[in-house]
Design a protein around this ligand. Structure first.
Ligand code: SAH
Length: 452
């Protein structure tokens, strides 16, 4: 990584005096911003009177035939059912526009993340190639902003072979991403690849789409997961007088075609596997799928090098019941009209850290406002304000800065967390020759940006 004054130079080179300022496309009420991701009510799966949806009808058949399902199974059906899931069909973040995530609020967010990767690339000796792998890219806005930074630093990156790899289950969203990133010029099911689609970015960088991280080729890679892990299915557990019980979803016998939560009559395999004997909380949520993905990322980084940046709302193993739904910028009953609302749960960063199994070092979680401050967001705001001449743009810049940074909006509830090879933080030979090497450069974003 570059020394700190050089980091400021990198920032200036990458972003330019004014950059290409894009007016933020979406405005959301403050309460909505704090909750982060929202669906519009428009498009996609229709809700019949009484809240019936195709996903609900499918679930009712299943529940009648085989009994209650875990919350994880319910969430998976509601979000990614191949025919009718929320992400599969509507993609939520659509053109209708009332869907809020940080990259959608301000281009500065993606620009600073782009600089984070370049800074890590420099710190690890400018390898001759890297893959940038994004999990759950939404509309493709974040990767588009990162690619613009790479393009502005073309002279620095000219000898580096860069490719983009997007892991996306939603056909609808992958279409939107393809349009945003390649102008829609893509090839489906390329014969020579494990990808289901490929194309070339507007700046000439190859882009590949996959359904699973395991399909992404090995190699030195930077991973990015922004508001991805919170969308993965969770199991829920409740402490009772008889011990831990799993929370399940069943048909409500009192109200036709309505769902309710019940407790498993005895412990389930998940209770045995996921609750630690020393657990102090009375209610616990665990996301095993997140654990498996983190294990894979840690294994890949240990073997091939690179880094992973995870940004999401979450906690460090302290919160209890965080499962919630959003529709039309409002909280939505998680059991009502599945397939028409976004379902989400806070990410347990302590669980992610544990699931690296020591294969990588971890940094964070650190609050979004601290991470962005350390990355130089204030400098960037000043430059943009100085270079914009109309009042509306000024107001928009200040508004989007406030959305990202205000502790009551997205500043405090979102966190950044990184996986890095151990040798990135500690010299491998430090134990034997403690004085032999110059200190390792600090990791951007996780320490204060000191300007000289
Ligand atoms: N990162 C984007 C979008 C977040 S929404 C942003 O911040 O704006 C969650 C994204 O994850 C969507 O693109 C959704 O389709 C995708 N997704 C959800 N579950 C997934 C899974 N199991 N595998 C791959 N992608 C998934």
């Amino acid at each position: 990584m570059v020394p700190l004054p050089a980091r400021r130079a990198l920032l200036a080179a990458a972003l330019g005096p004014a950059g290409r300022r894009r007016v933020p496309r979406h405005r959301a009420p403050a309460a909505a911003a704090a909750a982060a991701r929202h669906s519009s009510g428009a498009g996609g799966e229709a809700e019949e009177p009484g809240g019936a949806t195709a996903v609900l009808r499918h679930l009712l058949l299943k529940l009648r035939a085989t009994g209650p399902v875990t919350v994880a199974e319910y969430m998976r059906e509601a979000l990614t059912n191949p025919g009718q899931g929320y992400y599969t069909r509507r993609g939520g973040i659509g053109e209708s526009g009332d869907f809020v995530t940080s990259p959608e609020i301000s281009q500065v967010f993606g620009e600073l993340i782009g600089i984070w990767y370049i800074s890590e690339w420099i710190a690890t000796g400018k390898p001759e190639a890297f893959q940038l792998v994004e999990l759950g890219p939404g509309r493709g806005t974040l990767i588009d902003d990162i690619l613009r930074v790479f393009n502005q630093l073309a002279s620095l990156l000219s000898k580096c072979d860069i490719s983009i790899h997007l892991v996306e289950v939603s056909p609808k969203l992958s279409e939107i991403q393809a349009l945003m990133l390649t102008g829609g010029k893509v090839q489906s099911n390329p014969k020579d690849q494990s990808a289901y689609m490929k194309g070339v970015s507007k700046t000439g960088i190859p882009i590949f789409w996959y359904r699973d991280i395991q399909d992404v080729p090995p190699g030195y890679s930077f991973y990015l997961a922004h508001e991805f892990f919170d969308a993965l299915p969770i199991h829920k557990f409740q402490r009772t007088e008889k011990g831990w019980r799993e929370v399940l979803v069943d048909i409500d016998p009192e109200v036709p075609d309505q769902l309710r939560f019940v407790l498993s009559p005895s412990s389930t395999p998940a209770t045995e596997n996921f609750i630690q004997p020393e657990e102090m909380r009375d209610h616990v949520e665990v996301c095993p799928e997140a654990g498996v993905i983190i294990q894979r990322l840690a294994g890949r980084i240990e073997k091939d090098g690179g880094a992973a940046l995870v940004a999401d709302y979450g906690h460090d193993g302290t919160k209890t019941d965080t499962f919630r739904g959003f529709r039309n910028h409002k909280l939505h009953d998680v059991l009502r009209a599945p397939g028409t609302a976004d379902l989400t749960a806070d990410v347990d960063f302590s669980y992610l850290r544990k699931m690296t199994q020591g294969r990588t070092a971890t940094l964070g979680p650190i609050k979004q406002r601290e991470f962005l401050k350390n990355m130089g967001i204030d400098l960037r705001l000043q430059v943009l304000l100085q270079n914009s001449c109309d009042g509306a743009t000024h107001e928009q810049l200040l508004h989007s800065y406030d959305m990202l940074m205000n502790p009551k909006k997205m500043g405090d509830c979102f966190n950044f967390f990184a996986l890095l090879p151990h040798h990135r933080l500690v010299h491998p030979d430090k134990k034997h020759k403690p004085e032999s090497k110059s200190p390792l450069p600090p990791v951007a974003g996780f320490g204060e940006l000191l300007l000289k």
